[in-house]
Ligand binder design. Structure first.
Ligand SMILES: [Zn+2]
Length: 250
């Protein structure tokens, strides 16, 4: 069995580390120091680094890790990276032999234009696209692109475990409750997230099922959310555009 551990970094990032039989893979190492510490403490060799997008808090640790471990780096083909890497795009298969895992690359533009997610064996590493009860900001892409990307993730099997890169769940739930104050699943999730955070535990991974039940950005066809979005249109993509804008001001 592969073990998956969140390594906290910066204010609210998680660097997800997967390991099995002494071999490890990290996703989006924005900082090398805590990763190297964890690898040394657990006598792990770093085989590979998966990158979802080009923001510094996801890649700034790569060079330092490569100075210590000759790891293979996988990064989106549609973005530019100064470190050596294998460029991945839609449907690329990333095979991690020592972990006995294969991930399929999904292009999910919106937060950045080249953003990718890695999906396989019921795991989803989605970077800054989907968050617990929320979604990433639109730094480069259009609302239409992000909406479409989120719809693709929403269509994955319900039991898929969702590994996001930031601990934003509590704040996202606060916002979601302003749109859907009577959503019982959301009320329950608010309580469980509060308990997890009060014990300094991550609220992640989530699941696609839980996101479908509580994440307003995946629920743009729900009447209450349409009405809370104050758009005249009932087109889900227009509702998405409106509530993403509201979240920016929240
Ligand atoms: Zn980002």
């Amino acid at each position: 069995m592969v073990k998956i551990t969140p390594i906290p970094a910066f204010q609210d990032n998680y660097i997800w580390l997967l390991h099995k039989d002494g071999h490890a893979v990290v996703v989006d190492p924005g900082d090398a120091a805590p990763v190297i510490r964890f690898l040394k403490q657990n006598h792990l060799h770093l085989d590979a680094i998966l990158i979802t997008h080009h923001h510094g808090d996801h890649i700034d640790g790569v060079e330092s890790l490569l100075n210590v471990y000759p790891a293979m780096v996988y990064a989106p083909a549609k973005e530019h990276y100064s470190f050596p890497h294998i460029a991945v795009s839609e449907s690329t298969e990333v095979h991690l032999a020592n972990l006995n895992l294969s991930f399929q690359v999904l292009e999910v533009p919106g937060h950045t234009l080249g953003h990718v997610a890695y999906y396989g064996s019921n795991y989803l590493f989605c970077g800054d696209t989907l968050f617990g009860a929320g979604c990433g900001r639109l730094f480069e892409g259009s609302p239409e692109q992000m909406y479409h990307s989120l719809q693709r993730l929403a269509a994955l099997p319900a039991e898929t475990a969702v590994y996001c890169t930031h601990e934003y769940t509590e704040r996202n739930i606060e916002f979601a409750l302003t749109l859907e104050p009577n959503n019982q699943n959301l009320i329950i999730r608010a309580q469980s997230s509060r308990e997890q955070r009060s014990q300094n535990k991550p609220t992640l991974p989530s699941t696609i099922a839980l996101e479908l039940a509580t994440n307003p950005f995946l629920r743009c066809a729900v009447a209450e959310i349409q009405s809370s979005s104050k758009t005249n249109s009932s087109l889900p993509v227009n509702v998405f555009t409106a509530i993403r804008q509201m979240r920016n001001q929240f």
